[in-house]
Design a protein around this ligand. Structure first.
Ligand SMILES: Nc1ncnc2c1ncn2[C@@H]1O[C@H](COP(=O)(O)OP(=O)(O)OP(=O)(O)O)[C@@H](O)[C@H]1O
Length: 591
């Protein structure tokens, strides 16, 4: 030791620690070695296991040499149990079970041989050395083991980490390593809150040595002094997630919007709920609306109307599944006014029948109105906003609801009314400023850890709804143009028309000329309806033998599905038209 210290001085390097001759070197070295061995216990496990095997072989040979067949049988039995029931001891994959079974058989076989002939009998020492190295290789290379050890070492430093970031006294209770990173349950010290931790997230990420934005904190609902710390090392949302197909067959079931970071689905019920979708341009709002549309189009108990003042750019690909689309301010105003008429009509009937809510069924469908870029509506059709306000306040019970997308739902952009405050489901894609989080998700949400300003890819979102009250990052499914085309093709012919109560309410609604510019699809009370009636009749009369489909009739008349359907029903009742085959119609030859 003194020789070492002299060499350091000769090299001109100032020694950092001077050990005096009085100090006992051996205990310090032992403690350091023991600490090192404890720290690297996982890496040293194959060597430890070999030493234990050697010791058992030595003892058994000395005392019970005749027991070797028992040792061999026990080893074979344990190996068999591990191979077939290893799942019970967390050996989830077949490769892991195979490895454990082979290692136990090898170690047990060696111990049996050592018991019989002694551990030093050739070739047993060589077999033990080579066996340790060969079985050690998969152990040292195992990805999950290495990840677990790394996490254990990181979290072992929690007392210092928590001290450094001002959360002294908090403790790690347990940690689980998974495919994407790790999760730890943390017990907070007296008086500390999850909000305190949320405000220290950047410091926590720095102390844990993660990348920026990798740490998430979630409260544990049943205990205010517990939280779950999640560190995402491999972003499960790095790639787009293809839409897997419709997740529902009725609006009474929750739709699947995308996946959370742990791979679980984001399910949200849309029944009797208004939805606000917000986020900067390009953050994925239209993509999110597409997923909602794709699921709703598979539900025969919902009629969908759409308002798209971007000249129909976003909604027109869905036109064949939409009962009605408005692409101008006038059409939007007429559409929302009609929605209020439907709402009133349904409310009157429910009141007469002494019922409280409208139960959606294929013959009494819910009505969902999708509005892309709500702020445009406020700018271009301020009158329409009054109707939207009315729907937002009164539409839930009668299943007439809004899905409104906008970049920044400020009070001005939402038209000063109650629409924003009435939104039950809030979906926030990336926002530019922190205060926009509160605009979309509600007051105080930013402080509570809803950090949608840090979402880093289009399609990533946070959802706040009665069933989602914790900020968990998710990504919507991505629908390609082909998927949209395929979905509309599949569902267009099964879309329901509006029910008779709603249609009667529309028929009874007085129209104002300025609102009734012909919409792409619109019910029977438009100014164009008289011409459409004549066109319909001519089309049915001139139809070929196999009849005309409803889509053909919609195209020719320029009217919506409900209108065509009801006209056909009426003609059929009076015997003027007949259904030639499923969904195909023509005029009766005698009529
Ligand atoms: N879930 C997703 N996964 C992967 N990429 C996505 C996802 N959603 C959207 N994108 C990509 O982001 C782009 C912009 O998305 P989108 O048009 O939905 O944004 P937006 O918020 O509606 O923008 P704007 O307000 O300009 O209409 C899309 O062209 C698409 O390539």
């Amino acid at each position: 030791m003194r020789r070492n210290a002299r060499r350091i001085r000769r090299d001109g390097i100032e020694p950092m620690m001077i050990l005096s001759d009085d100090l006992e070197f051996a205990p310090i070295a032992l403690v350091t070695i023991a600490r090192g061995m404890w720290r690297y216990r996982s890496e040293l496990a194959p060597v430890t296991a070999a030493l234990l095997t050697l010791t058992s072989g030595t003892i058994l040979h000395a005392a019970y040499a005749v027991w070797w067949p028992i040792v061999l049988i026990l080893a074979a039995l344990t190996s068999w149990v591990l191979a077939f029931f290893g799942r019970w001891v967390n050996l989830t994959r077949p490769a892991e079970r195979g490895y454990a079974a082979a290692t136990v058989l090898l170690a047990g076989g060696w111990t049996a041989a050592a018991t019989a002939v002694g551990p030093s009998a050739v070739p047993l020492p060589h077999v033990l050395a080579i066996g340790t190295f060969v079985t050690g290789l998969p152990w040292w290379a195992h990805r999950r083991r290495r990840a677990r050890v790394r996490v254990e070492r990181t979290l072992a430093a929690w007392p210092e980490i928590s001290q450094a970031i001002g959360l002294a006294g908090s403790r790690i209770q347990s940690a689980v390593v998974d495919l994407w990173g790790y999760r730890a349950r943390v017990a907070l010290a007296r008086g500390q809150t999850v909000e305190d931790v949320v405000s220290k997230l950047p410091a926590l990420e720095s102390a844990l040595g993660t990348r920026r934005g990798a740490a998430r904190v979630q409260p544990v609902p049943e205990r205010a002094n517990r939280m779950e710390l999640r560190v995402i090392e491999n972003d499960p949302h790095a790639d787009a997630i293809a839409w897997p197909g419709p997740s529902v067959t009725s609006i009474t079931q929750p739709v699947k919007l995308g996946l959370f970071e742990d791979g679980s689905p984001v399910r949200v019920s849309l029944l009797r709920r208004h939805v606000l979708v917000g986020g900067v341009a390009g953050a994925g709002k239209s993509g999110g609306v597409n997923v909602i549309l794709a699921d709703l189009s598979a539900c025969p108990d919902v009629v969908i109307w759409g308002i798209d003042l971007k000249r129909g750019m976003e909604l027109l690909p869905w036109a064949s599944c939409l009962d009605r689309v408005a692409t101008t301010a006038q059409e939007a105003q007429a559409l929302l006014r009609d929605a209020v008429a439907v709402l009133d009509g349904r409310a009157d009937v429910l009141a007469q029948q002494g019922q409280r809510v409208w139960q959606p069924r294929p013959d009494a469908p819910a009505l969902v109105i999708l509005i892309d870029e709500y702020a445009e509506l406020v700018d271009e059709a301020p009158e329409a906003v009054r109707h939207a306000d009315s729907i937002a306040r009164r539409g839930r019970a009668v299943a007439v609801t809004l899905v409104a997308a906008t970049q920044r739902p400020s009070q001005k952009a939402m038209g000063q009314g109650a629409v924003r405050s009435q939104m039950d489901v809030r979906i926030s894609f990336r926002v530019r400023e922190r205060r926009d989080v509160d605009l979309i998700l509600g007051q105080g949400m930013f402080k509570a850890g809803w950090h949608s300003h840090s979402l880093n890819a289009p399609g990533k979102f946070l959802v706040s709804a009665p069933e989602h009250d914790i900020p968990r990052r998710a990504r919507t499914f991505l629908l390609t143009d082909d998927a949209v085309q395929c979905t509309t093709g599949r569902h267009a012919s099964n879309r329901p028309p509006l029910d008779e109560i709603s249609t009667a309410a529309l028929e009874a609604t007085p129209t104002s000329a300025d609102e009734d510019a012909p919409a792409i699809a619109c019910h029977g009370h438009t100014t164009a309806s008289h011409d459409a009636e004549n066109t319909l009749w001519t089309a049915l009369r001139d139809a070929p033998g196999e009849g005309m489909s409803i889509e053909d009739l919609m195209r020719q008349t320029g009217m919506g599905r409900s209108w065509v359907y009801y006209r056909l029903q009426e003609h059929a009742r009076s015997g003027r038209v007949a259904q030639v085959s499923r969904g195909r119609w023509r005029a009766h030859p005698d009529s």
